[in-house]
Design a protein around this ligand. Structure first.
Ligand code: PGI
Length: 448
């Protein structure tokens, strides 16, 4: 007898986006530039010279896009606030028109029965704050708490779910170590200091919320499970290093109040001596954690890649996405069970899950056929249901992404959307995966 795959009552069915990836009009109505405005307009850094100048034109087409959400039957929508629309200099003066855009979007969502899930920081730091040192400046925690308080006072009467940061690991690894995303630094000494200030900022915002918030606040981590390529001790040690660097570097301080010991050895002389009081701020209890899951990594020892000395081992026998990620849904339940066993019963939302696949050229019709994305969605939702059956307290699922959008420095070519976007006309077309997701939502999972 096939067990019903119905999801728990109240489970949220969502889709996720981020401001710089979809909005366009980055400087409209008094908005200040973000570091992404600068990065995207720096020649050579963005695939095909793509920028967020227009993107999905969501800043102007938001009403149409809310109707697309309603057409799928979404009960929640995760989106981020562009900090420098609201505070053009990052602190101080509030730009009322910027705030008003988000207030109108929230009201529209609520009118359509869609619960807003608001991310305060999805990588687009105000350029004016980067000029003051950005996340390298310890004052960044105060800047972020000030911005968060402006948003709480403006929208907490209508926004029931807040998250402070999206994926601090990506900001540290991409923005300060590899230089692949804004602000494009490549400096091992900067990385742990940015980790620390990002987590201090998140803690400061949570503390500010406790003073006046009425609902729930959390933080979003990308978690990628690491599996040793062999039983060799070197590979097992490399796997542990990779896990500490990408996963517990962030979850342990927030949920246990300590950094993993492996980091001191990994960063070596670059590892700072953090004041103990900082960890008390960082470990502010959160109401939930958002987990972004995409894929796993099989890890081998690689002495040629200091300081991590770990490398991924391609799993060529399995399907991969256009971003080179293995489709591995087992990693989702492995991650959720690990998370529950290590941190206990803190509620979880799967705040991102999705894939970029090459959608084959097809005659322009009412639906874009994307069989690989349909398969990816079904595999991961069935697995999510298994994790819930195993006792993991998962409260909702957000497909990444509602729309094809600007995949950061990879540009528009990597398409993650449930809706196809023709960027020359801004026409939105549902993919088969959107219709399949709508069917699953309508049955609350039973149609899986
Ligand atoms: O890459 C797809 C999405 C991005 O478009 C989202 O903005 C971002 O939140 C997000 N995070 C991840 C997983 C972490 C990751 C990001 C970039 C590169 C490698 C891993 C995948 N995604």
């Amino acid at each position: 007898m096939t067990r019903s795959l119905r999801f728990p009552d109240g489970f949220l069915w969502g889709a996720a986006t981020a401001a710089y990836q979809i909005e366009g009009s980055p400087l409209a109505d008094g908005a200040g530039p973000s570091i992404w405005e600068r990065f995207a307009h720096t020649p050579g850094l963005m695939a095909d010279g793509d920028t967020g100048d227009i993107a999905c034109d969501h800043y102007r087409r938001h009403a149409e896009d809310v109707r697309l959400m309603q057409a799928l039957g979404l009960t929640s929508y995760r989106f981020s606030i562009a900090w420098s629309r609201v505070l053009p200099e990052g602190t101080g003066r509030v730009n009322a028109k910027g705030l008003d855009f988000y207030a109108r979007l929230v009201d529209d969502l609520l009118e359509h029965g869609i619960t807003p899930n608001v991310t305060l920081f999805h990588w687009d730091l105000p350029a004016a704050l980067d000029d003051r040192g950005g996340w390298l400046n310890r004052d960044s925690a105060d800047w972020f708490a000030e911005y968060a308080q402006v948003m709480f006072r403006a929208l907490d009467d209508r926004v029931p779910l807040w998250t402070t940061l999206n994926e601090p690991w990506v900001v540290v690894d991409g923005g300060y170590l590899r230089g692949t995303i804004a602000p494009g630094h490549r400096n091992l000494y900067e990385a742990p200091r940015v980790t620390h200030n990002l987590l201090r900022a998140s803690g400061a915002a949570v503390a500010a919320y406790r003073a006046e918030g009425r609902h729930r606040i959390g933080v979003v981590f990308n978690l990628e499970p690491k599996y040793p390529a062999s039983t060799r001790q070197e590979d097992r040690d490399a796997t542990r290093r990779a896990h500490a660097y990408m996963n517990t570097q962030f979850t342990d301080p927030v949920l246990r109040g300590v950094y993993p010991e492996a980091l001191a050895a990994l960063y070596g002389a670059a590892w700072p001596d953090f004041p103990a009081a900082d960890l008390e701020c960082i470990r502010q209890p959160v109401d939930f954690v958002g987990i972004n899951y995409y894929t796993r990594q099989v890890v081998r020892d690689d002495p040629t890649q200091p300081p991590l000395r770990a490398a991924g081992v391609p799993q060529r026998q399995r399907t991969h996405t256009e971003t080179g990620w293995e489709v591995y849904e087992q990693g989702l339940i492995d991650t959720l069970l690990w998370f529950r066993d290590r941190y206990g019963t803190v509620p979880v939302y799967l705040t991102e899950n999705g894939a970029a696949f090459y959608d084959p050229p097809q005659a322009a019709g009412p639906v874009v056929e994307d069989p690989l994305r349909v398969d990816y969605l079904e595999r991961h939702l069935k697995t999510l249901r298994r994790a819930i059956d195993a006792g993991v307290d998962v409260r909702g699922y957000y497909a990444w992404s509602l729309l094809d959008n600007l995949e950061w420095s990879l540009g528009f070519a990597k398409r993650f959307g449930l809706y196809h976007v023709d960027f020359s006309t801004q026409r939105r077309t549902p993919k088969r995966s959107a219709l399949r997701y709508a069917q699953i939502i309508a049955s609350h999972g039973a149609a899986l």
